[in-house]
Design a protein around this ligand. Structure first.
Ligand code: FE2
Length: 429
């Protein structure tokens, strides 16, 4: 065997497990495997998990904090306006450099798959080309899945639909949308129809920013579920944010959840961003704004947590740590029961892997040998401690070793040390 990990605890709590790896795949998993590895790692009873997966991110905006200015109010709408100011000044080199830097951070955190929305409302498609380039460069160590995202509205922004189709033709693989940002409810519904029919025709997945609003009457998720079911796209569609559900009438939600379940639509909450951006018009009591995670899970709907933003016009914090995301999600949703806390861990690992359609993800024989050894005994402790990543392994190779701030990386063409400080002057070019 190329590598054998001894005495691991699995995410389901099973202790004393050995994992044997050969040719980039998991060859065997079991107690006291009678196999020798060219290299062996003693996990010492620590948790070994498949890598973290971020179901919702914006890599074209990441690490741009402070460019061209800081978001003073910290609101969603000032963030969108600020991004609009920054867009004309973006260069491909700067986009690529910031994204590559973020991928270094991600690897040091054991985050090896990211679904990133990429804004297609710029006729140059600069960000699309930059992130397609990044996707190819990071492919040996990180799966970057791109979503064509019409940030300024599919129908509201001239050229957005044709730009979205151009982005897909260039290699972007998921169809995005933002129905609540169109000019009317009718246009929102029409954008969902157009996008779902386009995706169905092309056999593509769909992931829309959907109802990122405190307006209880923002019900585009109902339309998204309707077209998903009508077009037979079960398992291919996700609704991101769904924050209006927080404020909806309980009776309506009791009707809505089974419709989402029947349509096989997944939900993606973004706890760090939802708790900071929603409820901004409220005095007190002030709404949390995150979607109804425990209720969605109880209805049998897949729910993942995304990071959404790191050091960008909307959010000036974050460092690519999906355990921080799970920690916040757990608190905001009051998911403090044992099973609920374990579900929060799944919301940043297995569930988003399923939503992204990642092939060979998991800890069973035949899966890719992608895994993380954490300085924690179980998934709840991992969240409690935002546990250090002892080893991050991709296709059987150690790509990061040691706690994140001191992590030693082993990535082709990248620096050996990861630097989590933000240096705008380096990023501003
Ligand atoms: Fe987003």
């Amino acid at each position: 065997m190329d590598l054998v990990i001894r005495n691991a605890t699995l995410p389901n709590g099973t202790p004393g497990i050995d994992i044997a790896i050969e040719s980039g795949r998991i060859a065997a998993v079991g107690h006291a495997l009678p196999l020798r590895g060219e290299q062996e790692i003693d996990a010492g009873g620590d948790l070994v998990t498949p890598p973290f997966v971020d179901a919702h991110f914006h890599m074209d905006a990441t690490l741009s904090h402070g460019l061209p200015r800081i978001n003073k109010s910290g609101t969603l709408l000032e963030g969108i306006a600020l991004w609009g100011e920054l867009k004309p000044a973006l260069t491909q080199d700067a986009l690529v450099e910031r994204a590559m830097q973020y991928c270094d951070w991600a690897v040091a955190r054991g985050l090896l798959a990211i679904r990133s929305h990429v804004d297609v409302c710029d006729d140059r498609l600069l960000a699309v080309e930059a992130l397609l380039h990044v996707k190819r460069r990071v492919a040996p160590y990180l799966d970057l899945q791109l979503v064509a995202f019409p940030q300024d509205g599919l129908l509201r922004s001239p050229g957005a639909l044709s730009n979205l189709k151009r982005a897909i033709a260039l290699g972007v693989e998921v169809v995005g949308g933002i129905p609540h940002f169109e000019r009317s409810m009718e246009d929102g519904a029409k954008s969902i129809l157009l996008l779902c029919e386009f995706a169905a025709e092309k056999g593509l997945r769909v992931d829309m920013h959907c109802d990122e609003s405190d307006d209880p009457l923002s019900r585009h998720i109902e339309t998204l579920a309707y077209h998903t079911q009508r077009l037979g796209m079960q398992g291919m569609v996700a609704g991101s944010h769904l924050t209006s559900m927080h404020s909806m009438d309980n009776y309506y939600v009791s009707k809505l959840l089974p419709l989402i379940r029947e349509a096989g639509v997944a939900a993606i909450a973004n706890p760090l961003i939802n708790i900071t951006l929603q409820g901004r018009q409220d005095t007190y009591p002030k709404r949390r704004g995150m979607t109804r995670v425990p209720e969605l899970l109880a209805a049998g709907i897949d729910v993942a947590f995304g990071h959404d933003c790191v050091m960008d016009p909307w959010y000036s914090l974050g460092s690519g740590d999906m355990l921080e995301v799970a920690h916040m999600g757990l608190h905001v949703a009051q998911m403090t029961g044992q099973e609920a806390m374990q579900a929060c861990f799944l919301a940043v690992t297995e569930t988003p892997a399923r939503i992204l359609g990642l092939e060979g993800y998991g800890l069973t024989p035949g899966c890719h040998a992608d895994l993380v050894i954490l300085d924690a005994g179980n998934t709840i402790e991992a969240i409690r401690l935002r546990a250090a990543r002892r080893f991050v392994i991709r296709r059987g190779n150690i790509v990061s070793q040691g706690p994140a701030a001191q992590a030693k990386l082993n990535l082709p063409g990248r620096p050996e040390r990861v630097d989590f400080r933000h240096m705008p002057e380096r990023m501003a070019r």
